[in-house]
Design a protein around this ligand. Structure first.
Ligand code: ZN
Ligand code: ZN
Length: 352
């Protein structure tokens, strides 16, 4: 963890107030104790960045720090934060309603953005090797202008006065008191008095996002891949986006039928090859293999090509299933006179 306040926040030494706030918000979201329960390292970091922000966002303290460093601040009686609660009471507003209710009261739940779902069709060859494919996903992300807050430049959303930031209000229905979404802020817990012009206060924008989907070898029909964080944005500023789910369809192969990691197919030979045996070239999913046909091979015999099936997602590419080929013997449907005579001779020889 860097010792320097500017380095801690990842900003340059001449960063303005807006840049500082943005940098602090971003880091505070990442290291916030609510996001990292029980993680002492994250808590230390959260304290450190909060201290950095407290100093740099205060012109007087920043001047002292720039000239004399931390020693100078200590001489002025500044000691940073010892208690997380102090940070919340001082900077809680900066987090919008994401971690609302600091310093007492219930915390509002942070809602994730909605998940998205798409279908992807693959070939058997894709399943063999695994592939990477780029897809364009229409989804909402934070508005650049307001950084997702929905508030115009120079302003911040304010805590809704009607519900006190809870997003819910109590309504009396006869003798029952019910809690219902706050009508003023529609459950958001905050209101934007001065909406951002770019997003009209929604805080989001629609984009077509090019997403790289990594498909592992051995993927099978009906499997679902999750691309984390590529769903819709959360309506809570700083809240996590949803995920993208890619549902896999594997198109039928003209020659092979898949059963898990095993592939079933057929190999055609003629009756002479069946009788006398032969070496036959056979096209698998990944190259040509030589099949050894035994003399006297019967129709329907299964020939196994070891390791020429598919891998499984769990075991990886190294271990593959087998290919099982059923022998189909072709009987000629038309014979020229020469072959007919040969077969008749064969029959006559065999009948004695
Ligand atoms: Zn905006
Ligand atoms: Zn409200």
């Amino acid at each position: 963890m860097p010792d320097d306040y500017y380095e801690l926040l990842g900003v340059s030494r001449d960063a303005d107030a807006r840049t500082l706030k943005k940098a602090y918000r971003k880091q505070a979201m990442q290291y916030h104790p609510d996001r990292n329960p029980g993680d002492a390292e994250a808590e230390e970091r959260f304290k450190a960045i909060s201290e950095a922000y407290e100093v740099l966002s205060d012109d007087q303290k920043r001047q002292i720090y720039d000239r004399y460093g931390k020693k100078g601040l200590e001489n002025q009686g500044f000691s940073g934060f010892s208690d997380i609660g102090d940070i919340f009471s001082q900077f809680g507003d900066l987090f919008g309603d994401l971690f609302g209710g600091f310093g007492g009261g219930g915390r509002r739940r942070v809602s994730r953005g909605a998940d998205l779902r798409m279908h992807m069709e693959l070939t058997l060859a894709d399943c063999l090797t695994g592939i990477e494919r780029e897809v364009d996903i229409p989804r909402t992300v934070d508005c650049d202008t307001c950084d997702g807050s929905g508030a115009a430049e120079g302003s911040e959303p304010t805590t809704c006065q009607t519900c006190g930031g809870q997003g819910q209000v109590a309504v009396n229905r006869g003798f029952i008191t019910m809690r219902t979404a706050c009508p003023r802020c529609r459950g958001e817990g905050r209101v934007v008095a001065n909406p951002c012009g770019a997003c009209r206060g929604t805080g989001g924008k629609q984009i077509s996002d090019r997403v790289k989907v990594r498909i592992p070898a051995g993927i099978d029909h009906g499997m679902k891949l999750r691309v984390s964080g590529k769903g819709q944005r959360s309506s809570n500023p700083g809240g996590p986006p949803g995920d993208l789910y890619v549902v896999i369809t594997v198109s039928d192969h003209p020659r092979f039928e898949r059963h898990g990691t095993e592939l079933l197919g057929e190999v055609e030979i003629d009756m002479v090859q069946a009788c006398l045996g032969d070496e036959v070239e056979f096209e698998t999913l990944d190259g040509t293999e030589t099949l050894h046909i035994e003399p006297g091979t019967q129709p329907g015999t299964l020939v196994k090509l070891r390791g020429k099936g598919l891998p499984s997602v769990e075991r990886g590419r190294a271990r593959r299933g087998d290919m099982h080929l059923r022998v189909v013997v072709q009987i000629p449907t038309a014979l020229d006179s020469e072959r007919r005579a040969l077969l008749e001779a064969f029959r006559d020889a065999g009948s004695h």
